[in-house]
Write a protein that binds this ligand. Structure first.
Ligand SMILES: [Zn+2]
Length: 308
């Protein structure tokens, strides 16, 4: 990504979507200058780090801009059956989420790499490689519900506010503060930059896990899918450290997360008729191109070598 183009794009894009009038923001003008100071004074902002200053409309507009930037660099998987299936699963979960009033968009990224991520405002991405290693529909649903939860809890919007601060956002809108814009542009450079800016705390990950468990149940899916998928990731990582490096950098699975979700599920009343798997999921999954370096198959091969 060329920096100048990015700056131009960032300024143009953000100013197109972010209203100039303070009244359109979720903070009143009187509170504006106060939060400006709090968010930018070093060492003083910690108590205010969780303030989300973006309105729904602002957040969606920024998410859309990020998604445009990211999609310049990634290749999308466009098989209509797979795309339709993943979208329908996402919409079902979104309807039962705690933020069902906004539109969710989900796209499949055409890569073997195992990962998924969410941008503010409801823009979700799941890699083809992740669908391939999910064993059941409820595992995939667990991952998507986790990403929906990041959006529902506004983790991305909060991280953005924390990282950029109101000063920078205002500078980008008005064209003043060019050094701030430059800093943001360099932070924004490429998929990696955007994702690292949206880095979530362990607390946010825990919250998204807990919300995913509830979301799955409400939508009629076995919430055990969340735990199962984490366990699978940990197993892969134990066997082949580094195989899931990107995923571990953005969504580090841990024994603690497995235990937390397991305890949460055990404490919930038993619900009958929850979906664990579907023929449609298995059909979609088996029709995906085979992974070049499938960490699960590798394990089976190793096992068979040991057994022989
Ligand atoms: Zn996460």
């Amino acid at each position: 990504m060329k920096l100048h183009a990015l700056i131009r794009h960032a300024i143009k894009g953000v100013s197109r979507f972010l209203p100039l009038k303070p009244s359109a923001w979720s903070l009143k003008p009187s509170a504006w200058s106060l939060s400006f100071l709090l968010l930018t004074a070093p060492g003083c902002g910690s108590a205010f780090q969780n303030i989300n200053i973006l309105s729904d409309a602002d957040e969606i507009a920024l998410g859309r801009e990020f998604s445009r930037e990211i999609e310049k660099e990634i290749k999308l998987y466009t098989d209509p059956e797979a795309v339709r299936y993943v979208d329908e699963l996402c919409q079902t979960l979104a309807r039962h989420s705690t933020r069902s009033n906004i539109q969710y968009y989900i796209k499949v990224v055409d890569t073997d790499e195992v990962n998924a991520f969410a941008l503010p405002g409801g823009y979700l991405y799941v890699n083809r490689g992740l669908i391939s290693i999910a064993g059941t529909e409820s595992e995939l649903a667990g991952v998507i519900a986790h990403e929906i939860a990041h959006v529902a809890a506004r983790h991305g919007a909060k991280a953005l506010t924390r990282q950029l601060g109101l000063e920078i956002i205002l500078g980008m809108i008005s064209g003043r503060n060019p050094s701030g814009v430059q800093r943001v542009a360099s932070q924004l450079a490429g998929v990696g930059g955007i994702l690292s800016m949206l880095h979530y705390s362990r607390q946010a990950e825990r919250e998204a896990d807990a919300m995913a468990v509830v979301n799955l149940r409400e939508a009629g899916y076995d919430p055990g899918g969340v735990t199962l998928f984490f366990e699978k990731l940990l197993e892969i990582n134990d066997r082949e450290p580094g195989a899931l490096a990107t995923l571990f950098a953005t969504h580090p699975p841990s024994r603690e997360r497995v235990e937390n979700t397991r305890k949460q599920i055990a404490a919930l009343p038993v619900l009958d008729g929850l979906t664990t798997d579907s023929e449609r999921f298995q059909q979609v999954r088996t029709q995906l191109p085979p992974l070049k370096d499938n960490p699960l198959e590798k394990d089976e091969e190793e096992h068979s070598v040991h057994e022989n």
